[in-house]
Ligand binder design. Structure first.
Ligand SMILES: Cc1cc2nc3c(=O)[nH]c(=O)nc-3n(C[C@H](O)[C@H](O)[C@H](O)COP(=O)(O)OP(=O)(O)OC[C@H]3O[C@@H](n4cnc5c(N)ncnc54)[C@H](O)[C@@H]3O)c2cc1C
Length: 480
């Protein structure tokens, strides 16, 4: 008998979610994580926005019993509009500093979101339709007025979408940030509105204590259902039997562990790029997966800055045209002069965490020491009017660093770009792969990245459904 029903590769939020749900249904689960702590990207204080947890999908885990605290109140978003000036946006209504036109625009913007977002969320939180019957079941959704509005807005660029509501350019640039993070394109690129609406659709409850707290709670819940976790353990190869069934994992130490199934919470590109050996690669699916796009354009910095003038959750961006020019330079492998910056509180009291968007994955000449200090210098220059002059960058992660540290080919925040062809009509359909018993359960699976935990939860359901004819598991699946 195999030691485990499934091995989960990667202890990020999605890997932990899949592991906990499967273990709750009686599966014997091992999670392996290359780092010495769990949480993946959510661990080290890189992420700023922790308001998108899909609690409904996790209800069975009773995370509150393990210490999860949620709040509906999101921290307001501030957009710097000039040195020392800013406007404030709360989740539902304009809060302060907006001109009457922009305040009215914000009301309209929220009204559009509340009309379209419930449908979009519904579509995202179910598996991608595959069969004719699945499409037919969705037909009533597509007949609604909300669907027509969504189809009308989604192909717009972030600029065309936001121009409909707002006048102030810095405000538009601040609201365009989710599209820069999700896609490979500037604010003039088509489908920026899709990324902005997706960001709105994924908004959920906020985790008190932030994402490291959520990772801790998920880990504890998983352990309470018997999940074993091995940290500082790197998977080197997913073993496939002659019959084409995933049957084990070989670790970097050479040790092999047998299992009936494998759930990869790491990037699908990593799975087909390095974890599977040649035999399993000849499939068209493997070719498609290797060619999925995940070009990262976000860098993370930690700033030591006592008593900063900036409030957490502030976005600083030079305006849409300037951002488009920055993106043009990025495409040519050059370092732009200005970036879209997001500022949040750091892990320690006198620290700030900064996300810089429009940073090339690999600039011409590579990330030499000179290129790294050029990047930090330019970001500091942009931040200077808002920070004390003593502020200093103490840590920098470029997209290439994120690639190396988390094994995300391309270093993209969401493992894969949220382009329309990679989102709703996915070349990696749902969660299964052509290798029997090998599933995807991380951000690269449906419905894609951010801290919803939805890919992990939906993948656990798909794995359980795959096992249905096998009696014992069939009985337990209804709990997932
Ligand atoms: C800079 C940045 C900023 C972001 N900001 C936000 C934000 O503000 N809000 C938001 O909602 N989302 C944000 N995201 C996205 C969010 O972090 C991810 O979508 C989510 O955390 C991914 O969780 P995951 O479990 O799918 O993957 P990950 O967190 O990437 O976990 C995968 C794990 O697998 C491990 N692993 C990989 N390969 C192997 C191997 N061979 N062997 C063993 N272990 C392996 C990795 O070490 C990692 O721990 C951001 C991402 C980045 C990079």
């Amino acid at each position: 008998m195999k030691a485990y029903d499934a091995i989960v590769i990667g202890a990020g939020l999605n890997g932990l979610t899949a592991a906990a749900l499967l273990a709750r249904a009686g599966w014997r689960i091992l999670v392996i994580e290359q780092h010495n702590e769990v949480g993946g990207l959510a661990g080290p204080g890189i992420l700023h926005d922790h308001g998108s947890l899909c609690t409904k999908l996790l209800a069975g885990l009773r995370l509150q019993d393990h210490g999860l605290e949620l709040t509906r109140t999101a921290a307001p978003l501030h957009a710097a509009t000039g040195a020392g000036e800013r406007v404030t946006l709360s989740a539902e209504a304009p809060a302060g500093g907006l001109s009457p036109d922009d305040a009215e625009g914000y009301r309209q913007y929220r009204a559009v979101c509340s009309r379209t977002v419930p449908l979009f969320r519904k579509l995202l939180l179910r598996p991608v339709p595959q069969r004719k019957a699945d499409f037919l079941m969705l037909l009533p959704c597509w007949r609604s007025a909300a669907a027509r509005e969504l189809l009308h807005l989604a192909p717009l660029s972030a600029k065309d979408f936001l121009d409909q509501f707002f006048v102030h350019d810095a405000l538009k640039a601040a609201l365009a940030v989710p599209s820069l993070q999700a896609m490979y394109g500037g604010p003039f690129a088509p489908f920026g509105a899709l990324a902005i609406l997706m960001h709105e659709a994924m908004r959920g409850q906020h985790v008190v204590g932030g994402l490291p707290a959520l990772a801790g709670v998920l880990h504890e819940a998983a352990a309470s259902h018997g999940v074993k976790t091995r940290t500082s353990t790197q998977a080197e190869e997913i073993l496939v039997s002659k019959a084409g069934q995933a049957c084990g994992v070989r670790l970097a130490t050479g040790e092999t562990i047998a299992t009936r199934m494998v759930a990869a919470a790491c990037s699908p590109k990593e799975v087909f790029g390095s974890l599977l050996r040649f035999g399993a690669q000849r499939h068209m699916f493997a070719w498609r997966t290797r060619h999925l796009r995940g070009r990262g354009t976000t860098a993370h910095m930690v700033l030591d800055a006592a008593a900063p003038a900036l409030l957490p959750c502030t976005r600083i961006a030079p305006g849409l045209e300037a951002l488009e020019r920055s993106f043009d330079r990025l495409k040519r492998g050059e370092l732009p002069d200005t970036f879209a910056l997001e500022i949040a509180a750091g892990r320690k009291a006198a620290q700030l965490s900064v996300l810089a968007h429009c940073v090339p994955y690999r600039p011409k000449g590579g990330w030499t020491d000179a290129a790294r200090s050029e990047l930090t210098g330019r970001v500091m220059e942009q931040l200077l009017p808002h920070l004390p002059s003593t502020a200093q960058v103490s840590q920098l992660r470029t997209p290439a660093d994120l690639e190396n540290e988390y094994r995300i080919p391309g270093g993209h925040c969401y493992h894969l770009e949220q382009a329309p062809d990679q989102l709703l009509v996915r070349p990696v359909p749902n969660f299964a792969s052509p290798v029997a018993g090998l599933f995807f359960c991380g951000s690269g699976a449906h419905p894609s990245g951010s801290v919803t935990c939805a890919p992990g939860a939906l993948a656990a359901r798909a794995m359980a459904a795959y096992q249905k004819p096998l009696g014992r598991l069939f009985r337990n699946n209804r709990h997932i």
